[in-house]
Design a binder for this molecule. Sequence first.
Ligand code: SF4
Length: 466
Amino acid sequence: MLKHEVSKAELLRQKSILKSIYDANYGHDYRYHIESYGCQMNNHDSERIAGMLNEAGYRPADSKNDADIIIFNTCCVREHAELRVFGNVGALKALKDEKPFLIIGVCGCMMQQEQVAKKLSKRYPFVDLIFGTHELFRLPEMLESVLSGDHVFRISGSDADIAEDLPIMRNSTFSTNVNIMFGCNNFCTYCIVPYVRGRERSRSAENIVGEVKKLAAAGYLEITLLGQNVNSYNAPDSGIKFPGLLALVNDIDGVKRIRFMTSHPKDLSDELIYAMRDLDKVCHHIHLPVQSGSSRILREMNRRYTREDYLRLIDKLRANMPDIDITTDIIVGFPGETDADFEDTISLVDEVGYCAAYTFMYSQREGTIAAKIPDQIPPEIKKERLHALNAKVASKLSIASKNYINKIGEVLVEGCDQKPGGMMVYGKMNGFRTVFFPGDESLIGKMIHVKIIDTLNTSLVGQMVK
Ligand code: SF4
């Protein structure tokens, strides 16, 4: 057993508890509802919660009102998340009074902050189950305790939590996420993640490849390898690094597309760029959060690269993959950010020309270094800067979109939507561009060749190529 892995005996014990809950639930129509906040990691955890509940005999509910178990899987990355979660949990009091056997659980990053979890438990004593990020694999045993009438509160600091083969209910039948690592060692000064998700720990390459093989055999075409910083993946048994892992996944029959996120610029190696260029299934898209265009602010953020380093990486990526789509995260209004620093961010966006940028106003997270910096930026300035930044991103995107006209690419169809001109399907090209084109739901999950004929605000319009 590898360090950080949960033992097989413990996992078998948890599974046997699921079986006994299943037996007790047999013949009943019990339902669950999960509300997920935050990033893809959290959504992926929610798929595991759904998987375990499913094995315990519960089925998805149509809404909260029909549910016998409601779980909130929370996130604490943004400032107002707490207000929202507390509001939503508090709003369930009436439902709990009406249905005393309703089980209410709250988990995820926000609950890993012990003082917040305690506050929630005190304010809402009707919540039956509170657990932190490292306790997910113990859900069966916690559920068993709740079913026998106990309140459960479990927040541990242990990150020995890599649980292989947990039951999972995936949200899609053709595109899915696979965790390759957990936690983060970087301690960017604004970020709470290392405190709530723990230190970096990678899964073994063998287990990841085994999981992807099973997914490919089940018909999944697109695999997204997930981690807070996949570039520092380091297999604990074999020492395989991320480019090596990509090569192993690329060799798996049935997989058509490989994506990954997130990449820290300081760990983006030449080997990874060459792997992206040379491995035929790896999509030409990279999410490379820059956070700021000012080297001074980047230093304050503890990002450990400069504006110049970042721009050199962009040049290298484009020299090797001229068609690559680059997306990013940017924070405006970091403490002490001057007009000149912000102008550096605007000029960097101008220079790079992102395919999408997730832009945020800096929010103070208690317990982080940046929260203690006295020179906080007033909200109205943050708002102004966010507005100007979004306008710059959009104008660059709209110019870049024109270059796609008449190009032909393959789209993996994700869904369909009724539009004024008729039914349209949509999906992503090999990079990150979303294309809409006429079609119906029979195309969902298929890879279709499409010619681009027009542009929309952030997406493209195409038509099927016979
Ligand atoms: S790399 Fe920085 S921003 Fe990303 S999770 Fe780690 S500490 Fe947070």
